[in-house]
Design a binder for this molecule. Structure first.
Ligand SMILES: NC(=O)c1ccc[n+]([C@@H]2O[C@H](COP(=O)([O-])OP(=O)(O)OC[C@H]3O[C@@H](n4cnc5c(N)ncnc54)[C@H](O)[C@@H]3O)[C@@H](O)[C@H]2O)c1
Ligand SMILES: Nc1ncnc2c1ncn2[C@@H]1O[C@H](COP(=O)(O)OP(=O)(O)OP(=O)(O)O)[C@@H](O)[C@H]1O
Length: 294
């Protein structure tokens, strides 16, 4: 078995997590390949001494890998997806962050989950991603033009609203007068879109959500559309430029740019651990289960 390990940060309380993971895999003869910068942190902190193979690019990850383990919070998983791309390698998130909605494995239960991983007793949850095409082309977007949570356009250097002309499969939908607009995948529906009043979609729903951010068209509401829809956006406003974000990454675009958003031809496989279902995560992480009457 061959496993890629990815993380972005190290804090003292991560030591037991790292120790458990490496001990377990080394005892079970699993080959570990570690992201270069993360390995350097682990050497600097004297957590690891042994030599390991490294990766520093998505091209280094191919079908010879059984799994990528992301040690961190949800932001770390979103970053891990930029290494995985269309390789099909499943991602398992071990939560060393805060909320850990996507990073499902809690540090208290690592050993149990790693047994499940070793025996391959998990299922995969396929996640739809979005691609972003920009006309004219934009260097900052060309490099990493996809998102697992959402693509967002928002105002830049101004308190004025922007206007977002939006069409679906070539038909005009609306000109949103708002702070911005979120195009969310089902995975992203529990992130930024949820904060702006969007609905929660379960991961297997074949839909996308268009959620305006503080729209001044008071009737505008979040809209769920089929995930094979081609969405075109054109932004105008008092400033010449606006922001576009793909998950945690952000770029500045000129108002004349046309954005085309579609689902990507590939999906990301998230490891689903038995008994850690999406509905359970909703109850535990978004606190639906905290109602005293339940
Ligand atoms: N007002 C908001 O709610 C808001 C604003 C900006 C970005 N975001 C979200 O943050 C993501 C980027 O993460 P970051 O770490 O760079 O930013 P961050 O540091 O601001 O953290 C965002 C928070 O959102 C949670 N989160 C991220 N994806 C989630 C998902 N799919 N379901 C449930 N919770 C999720 C994370 O656990 C974290 O607590 C974006 O993709 C967007 O969804 C939310
Ligand atoms: N490998 C790690 N070791 C220790 N702490 C970590 C690690 N990864 C993340 N953290 C801590 O968690 C914080 C959040 O991590 P990250 O950016 O991955 O997630 P996030 O998007 O903020 O989501 P979450 O709310 O799930 O933490 C980091 O600022 C850091 O303090």
């Amino acid at each position: 078995m061959k496993v890629a390990i990815f993380g972005q940060y190290y804090q003292n309380d991560t030591r037991p997590i790292i120790r458990d993971i490496f001990l377990f895999f080394n005892n079970n003869n699993v080959e570990l390949v570690i992201e270069e910068k993360f390995l350097k942190i682990l050497y600097d902190e004297e957590i690891l001494k042994k030599e390991y193979k490294t990766f520093n690019d998505f091209k280094c990850l191919n079908s010879s890998f059984d799994l990528l383990i992301s040690i961190g919070g949800d932001g770390t998983i979103l970053r891990a997806a930029t290494y995985i791309r269309d390789s099909g390698i499943p991602i398992l998130g071990i939560n060393a962050g805060r909320l850990g909605f996507l990073a499902k494995v809690q540090k208290e239960n690592i050993e149990t989950f790693l047994q499940v991983v070793l025996k391959k007793e998990y299922t995969l949850s396929e996640r739809t991603l979005l691609s972003l095409e920009c006309n004219p082309e934009n260097e900052q977007i060309n490099e990493l033009n996809f998102a697992m949570n959402e693509v967002t356009v928002s105002r830049k250097d101004t308190t004025s609203m922007i206007t977002i002309d939006t069409s679906l499969n070539g038909e005009h939908l609306n000109s949103y007068w708002a702070d911005g607009l979120i195009i969310s995948t089902p995975t992203g529906s529990t992130g930024y879109s949820l904060s702006c009043g969007g609905p929660v979609l379960t991961p297997e729903v074949k839909g996308l959500v268009i959620t305006p951010i503080a729209p001044h068209n008071l009737n505008a509401r979040p809209l769920v559309i089929p995930d094979d829809t081609e969405i075109k956006l054109k932004v105008s406003g008092r400033e010449e430029q606006y922001l576009v974000s793909l998950d945690s990454r952000i770029a500045t675009l000129n108002n004349n740019a046309e954005l085309i958003i579609r689902k990507t031809p590939f999906k990301i496989n998230m490891v689903e651990i038995p008994n850690e279902t999406f509905l359970k995560t909703l109850r535990n992480k978004l606190l639906w289960g905290e109602d005293k009457r339940n």
